[in-house]
Ligand binder design. Structure first.
Ligand SMILES: *[C@@H]1O[C@H](CO)[C@@H](O)[C@H](O)[C@H]1NC(C)=O
Ligand SMILES: *[C@@H]1O[C@H](CO)[C@@H](O)[C@H](O)[C@H]1NC(C)=O
Ligand SMILES: *[C@@H]1O[C@H](CO)[C@@H](O)[C@H](O)[C@H]1NC(C)=O
Ligand SMILES: *[C@@H]1O[C@H](CO)[C@@H](O)[C@H](O)[C@H]1NC(C)=O
Length: 428
């Protein structure tokens, strides 16, 4: 009996463990996988000029002056669409490019072998994904940020022999503050695949592309009244109570001047997704603003808190995290309010309360809806096509740790406008 009981207990613990792992995976699988069904539509490239703060004319499109190329980091083009369309001529009698997912296929939400490239309707499908090394030869290794630390202290160089044609790709979604040190990883990683704009393959949490015919935001009208039926002002959902940018302190300050409903383990309200309770549906119906406050102020670090929680739920995101220029580069035109548009929380509260009374002004933040659409970033396709580039440059990141967390990449509690030249530091 005692034996049966402990066996049952073990199974129970195993089940709980599995559940936790699953929950973790579900939480970390980035939202761009969810957006896979979107089709690439607008393919000409355009960019936004900085929008004047607090000025309703918002973004203006400017044609690119510098040409965009597959490999060279561009200050105002993420090269995603160019890479996604890249369709080099391929000799199919050659063996396919073999890509090793260092931690196995699980957790990537992708099919192994050639299927991944068929599933994503890639221009080039002559590649294979593998989850196990099996002692075979690979053209590329895709390594997640956490696993990368295993290679620290020079051990990566020691893994001989390394084929100089093999491409080592770093994949990261977390901020530098939540990733391990890459000290000593010099000239080990060839390509980076992260949300950073200066990655080899930029992999944002989501991507909005404006249509070719986009002119300026003031020419667009909101397609409905987004204020209708909303009775509450602002909400924030936070489960991680520690944040280096002091976002909780900012929320508390904001609460002195306006209503902010604070959900999650560090707030006073709960919304448990498990009980048939769709927190985001309620957010969409009831709230005007969502505080998309990231847990760190780091360059380009803009997550599903912005794209998924707010933009895809018809609430205006009030953002804290990346530099305002970083948001402007990736956000739909005129879609958000950055905390740094205001000198302090009181001024921000004043602005939000004004918008709360003026439906027209509030609806201006939804003009972007007809300016473009969210598109699939074709991550797997891009890796495959680029591996087939006959002009593939041999390159590596000389000092990965410095690139990832060098000066002014993350700024702790400071504001971006306190950092001198912060807009200029961003091209590798
Ligand atoms: C908004 O910007 C335009 C030019 O982009 C300028 O003419 C106008 O005066 C600005 N309005 C305000 C209220 O600052
Ligand atoms: C702009 O392009 C989009 C997508 O092709 C189209 O749906 C929309 O009607 C166009 N708008 C104008 C004003 O031509
Ligand atoms: C990858 O990086 C290594 C180490 O710096 C280098 O020897 C190799 O040529 C690079 N390969 C490619 C394809 O970039
Ligand atoms: C700021 O940028 C300008 C021009 O790019 C440069 O001349 C200047 O030295 C920079 N200042 C600092 C403090 O980095």
């Amino acid at each position: 009996m005692a034996f049966r009981c402990s066996k049952l207990k073990r199974q129970f613990i195993l089940l709980i463990g599995l559940f936790l792992v699953l929950a973790l995976i579900l939480q970390t699988v980035p939202s761009y996988y969810e957006a896979q069904k979107n089709i690439l539509m607008a393919l000409k490239l355009s960019q936004f000029e900085s929008r004047l703060l607090n000025n309703k004319s918002f973004a203006v499109v400017k044609r690119l002056k510098d040409p965009v190329s597959l490999w060279k980091v561009h200050p105002s083009d993420d090269r995603i669409l160019l890479q996604a369309k890249f369709n080099p001529k391929i000799d199919l009698s050659l063996s396919p490019k073999r890509i090793l997912l260092e931690q196995g296929l699980a957790g990537w939400n992708v099919n192994g072998g050639k299927q991944a490239f068929v599933d994503h309707d890639c221009p080039v499908k002559h590649c294979e994904l593998h989850g196990h090394p099996n002692g075979e030869v690979f053209d590329a290794r895709l390594i997640k940020e956490i696993e990368l630390s295993r290679f620290s202290f020079g051990s990566a160089q020691a893994e001989v022999p390394r084929d100089s044609n093999q491409v080592w790709i770093m994949f990261a979604l977390e901020s530098p503050e939540a990733s391990p040190s890459y000290e000593g990883l010099n000239d080990v990683i060839n390509w980076t695949a992260t949300y950073r704009y200066d990655s080899t393959l930029m992999t944002p949490y989501d991507k909005f592309q404006v249509y070719d015919n986009f002119t300026q935001i003031s020419n667009y009208k909101p397609d409905k009244n987004y204020a209708e039926g909303k009775t509450k002002l602002a909400a924030i959902f936070v489960s991680n109570c520690y944040a280096s940018n002091a976002r909780l302190e900012y929320v508390k300050e904001l609460q002195q001047y306006m209503d902010v409903d604070f959900y999650g383990s560090c707030g006073n309200l709960r919304c448990d997704k498990g009980e048939g309770n769709n927190c985001f549906e309620n957010l969409q119906k009831e709230y005007k603003f969502y505080l998309s406050f990231e847990n760190a102020n780091c360059r380009d670090y803009i997550t599903e808190k912005f794209f998924l929680n707010a933009l895809r739920h018809d609430v205006v995101p009030v953002v804290m995290g990346a530099h305002p220029d970083d948001y402007r580069r990736v956000a739909p035109p005129g879609s958000f309010i950055h905390v740094e548009e205001f000198p302090h929380a009181r001024a921000l509260a004043g602005h939000l309360k004004r918008l709360n009374k003026q439906d027209d002004d509030y609806n201006d933040y939804f003009r972007w809806r007809s300016t473009g659409q969210f598109v699939d970033t074709k991550f797997w396709c891009r890796i495959c096509s680029l591996l087939w580039d006959t002009d593939l440059p041999h390159q590596s990141v000389h000092d990965l740790n410095k690139w990832w967390r060098g000066d002014n990449i993350c700024i702790g509690k400071r504001r971006w406008d306190e950092i001198s030249n912060s807009s200029q530091l961003h091209v590798r």
